[in-house]
Design a protein around this ligand. Structure first.
Ligand code: GLA
Length: 750
């Protein structure tokens, strides 16, 4: 039993393998949060708190004349609004009479086997069949607004998920101005906030700052989870590092606008919240109606950031991703985008397929430009039928010819979008978001389809299903290349326009659900101008997401580093592209590009015809290496071994959970003359075992020329003890040249 109710103390305690989470029902019925942290034996954490009259803090009526009890100072499980708590809140409701009150009291709780379900939204699932659900019900007596606070308890995974079912059990209409998914008070301690900000082509940059008495928010108003902030944040001890310190993670299973807030209050208690962004959000609940929030995945590590990442990696792989390709080996692909952009014909594509087959690639992906009048990015979105001026043989025949060369075939679509220059727009101009009397803002010269309307979703589904069922397509790159604006649905009344943003998301998830359910053999890769929708919501439909439009491996180190805090390598779409790089003009060795891309789903995004024979030979070797270490890379424990930007190199490692093998990766980002030696201490090995080293990069990076030393190339030791590698480390010889990369494999031999 991982959920315990203590009748004497009125505490509800959730235990996972390594954590405990406790809340308490006070004698007045307030639901208070007492503890989340390292697992502790049976204890009543009420002793941690003392009530004082702190002045100017409202006191609920039933505690009169006690002035020491106030919503404003008590730790709460799910803070309401308008009744005396002035801190950040989790829900705001406007009642039929115009009052803004939401004041909740405990009404009961229930423990059920299995994981709760949220209708119409993606959420985690019970992979191993031992999850439990705790439902705590609280209600507002005056309005009848009821909250079912849902806790999914994954004991072995050390995860607690949270969501809320908001029910109008009253007699009047209630408008929700905010309906967040979670709130948590952490009454003691000084904390840092780690969040992942960015921009197009430079997503998930790691930023860490102290939480102070200012309210800080991590948010997106863009209708996508966004390039600019990721819906994942960490609150950790000021001194926490990879291996030490308390760390809380909060990850939103949602791909639209979101807001996560953190505030240190007047008595230094920290509150964190997370939910759908409340800008342009208003949900009307008629009597009897229910609103379900998306889910937040919460985790706690008492042993630093690496352990927190490992919890998320495992949970996403097992409890978020699903379908045929969840664990099955995924094909190594060649994507046509950076090879030819919009400029191709069936003949050039077949030539590309020939080249791809020769270097050992397994799938050709035809990116943007194959449909409608799509010769540039100004036209064609919405017209999902093949452009026979470019693909004269037709799509079916093209796919068959590619298959005949031994390659699978994948295709790109951007289903949520429409160009004004398209047959679809000419037929249904009102299907695009636009506000009455205003010309909507274009972005990449495209508009957004109103997926809050069922007939639009049905149309898009039918046109996608036609392409997928008529052709042997085994992979779909599902793109989405703009932020939402002018969000207004011609199909909703004025009073309901605040629902449109979220209804768009519900329409999108319906569409993704139908496609993945009806085409279970198609591997879907999410994408949004690169990584603007890199989130756990999308990962419920596609086990991988194109991580960034920036394929420069040196930037990718940074992007993939930030991504790794919350998301496993198996979700990170990453390709080797041409040099000089198309986004930055930087030149890097093909070996370095491959070492970086291998820490992802791996593939190519270039025209092999433009490569030298040596480079093609090297690619064959890259594919051999990736194949050889596939399970270790995709399923092993990921260790960050350098703090990004702090050293002239970046290092990371994959280690098997049982310590039997490890793959160490290093890229030198700032080569120096007379350099200090690079020494890396590995992690996750068996200290008493002996490991044999295979240098997979030996041929591909240069040592310093011999004129500098006579000792060169004498480093022939191949057997190392695990403890030596972990505590003294491995020291590389001096390296030379532009951005060299090293890849060392250690296998336990005794
Ligand atoms: C987005 C994607 C790219 C590519 C283009 C095509 O930018 O992120 O990978 O598919 O669209 O237009």
């Amino acid at each position: 039993m991982s959920i315990l109710f203590n009748e004497e103390h009125n505490t509800i305690t959730i235990n996972t393998k390594n954590t405990s989470y406790q809340m308490r029902v006070s004698s007045e019925g307030f639901l208070q949060h007492l503890y989340y942290g390292k697992r502790i034996g049976e204890e009543n954490f009420r002793y941690l708190y003392h009530n004082y009259d702190r002045a100017c803090a409202g006191n609920p009526d039933e505690v009169f004349p006690n002035r020491a009890i106030s919503f404003d100072t008590m730790p709460q499980e799910f803070p309401g609004y308008g009744v005396g708590d002035y801190r950040i809140h989790a829900i705001a409701a406007r009642n039929a009479d115009g009052s803004y009150g939401a004041d909740f009291r405990y009404a009961g709780h229930e423990v059920t086997k299995g994981k709760y379900k949220i209708s119409n939204l993606p959420s985690s699932y019970d992979y191993s069949g031992d999850a439990e659900t705790l439902t705590v019900t609280v209600n507002d007596k005056i309005t009848g607004l009821t909250l079912e606070l849902l806790y999914g308890v994954f004991e072995d995974e050390d995860v607690i998920t949270r969501a809320v079912r908001v029910v109008n059990n009253g007699k009047g209409e209630i408008a929700l101005d905010r309906a967040f998914s979670m709130s948590m008070d952490i009454p003691f301690g000084k904390w840092d906030l780690v969040h992942f900000h960015g921009k197009h082509a430079l997503e998930r940059q790691t930023e860490r700052e102290p939480l102070t008495h200012l309210v800080k928010s991590v948010e997106s108003r863009r209708g996508t989870s966004s390039h600019q902030e990721n819906p994942f944040m960490i609150v950790c001890d000021r001194k926490a590092d990879e291996d030490h310190g308390r760390c809380y993670g909060m990850m939103f299973v949602y791909s639209g606008s979101f807001k996560a807030e953190a505030e240190v209050d007047q008595i230094n208690s920290t509150r964190v919240t997370m939910g759908i962004h409340d800008d342009q959000f208003e949900w009307h609940l008629m009597p009897g109606e229910v609103f379900e929030t998306p889910e937040v995945i919460m985790a706690y590590s008492g042993e630093g950031l690496t352990e927190l990442s490992h919890i998320y990696h495992k949970f996403i792989r097992r409890n978020i991703c699903r379908g045929k390709y969840q664990f099955t080996r995924r094909p190594i692909l060649l994507n046509s985008w950076e090879a030819s952009y919009f400029d191709f014909t069936d003949e050039t594509l077949l030539a590309l397929a020939d080249e791809a087959a020769k270097i050992g690639v397994e799938m050709l992906v035809l990116d943007d430009g194959w449909f409608g009048d799509r010769n540039s990015d100004n036209a064609g979105l919405g017209d999902w039928y093949v452009n026979e001026n470019k693909i004269k043989c037709g799509l079916k025949s093209l796919v068959e010819q590619v298959n005949a060369k031994g390659l699978k075939f994948g295709i790109w679509m951007e289903p949520e979008m429409i160009n004004e220059d398209s047959d679809l727009y000419r037929a249904h101009p009102d299907w695009a978001f636009a506000m009455p009397g205003r010309k909507p803002a274009r972005s990449r010269n495209q508009l957004v389809l109103d997926l809050s309307r069922k007939e639009v979703v049905d149309y898009v589904y039918d046109s996608m299903a036609k392409i997928l069922s008529e052709n042997n397509i085994e992979y779909l790159k599902w793109d989405m290349n703009r932020s939402l604006s002018d969000v207004y649905s011609a199909a909703l009344p004025a009073a309901r326009q605040g629902e449109t943003m979220h209804r768009f998301m519900l329409g999108l998830y319906d569409l993704m659900g139908r496609i993945t359910e009806n085409f279970p053999d198609v591997l879907v890769e999410g994408c949004s101008g690169g990584g603007a929708r890199f989130d756990a919501g999308i990962l419920c439909y596609s086990p991988q997401i194109w991580c960034s439009d920036d394929t420069d491996p040196i930037h990718r180190l940074n992007i993939q580093y930030g991504t790794s805090f919350g998301y496993p390598v198996s979700t990170v779409g990453s390709h080797v592209s041409a040099s000089p790089n198309h986004q930055t003009g930087r030149s890097t060795p093909i070996h370095t590009r491959a070492v970086v891309a291998m820490s992802g789903t791996f593939g190519y995004e270039l025209d092999p015809a433009k490569l030298s024979d040596e480079e093609k030979e090297e690619i064959r070797d890259q594919i051999r290496i990736f194949d050889k270490y596939y399970d270790l890379i995709q399923g092993g424990l990921y260790y960050r071994l350098s703090e990004i930007g702090e050293e002239p190199y970046e290092a990371w490692e994959f280690a098997a959970e049982d310590g039997s093998e490890a793959l160490l990766n290093v890229v030198v980002t700032n080569i120096q003359p007379n350099q200090a030696l690079i020494n890396i201490r590995l992690k996750g090995l068996d200290p008493d075992a002996v490991y044999e080293l295979t240098d997979e990069s030996e041929k591909y990076f240069s040592r310093i020329p011999t004129m500098y030393t006579e000792e060169i190339h004498k480093h022939e030791k191949t057997l190392f003890r695990g403890d030596a590698l972990m505590y003294a480390g491995y020291t590389f010889e001096m390296v030379f040249g532009d951005y060299p990369a090293m890849q060392l494999y250690f296998r336990r031999v005794k």
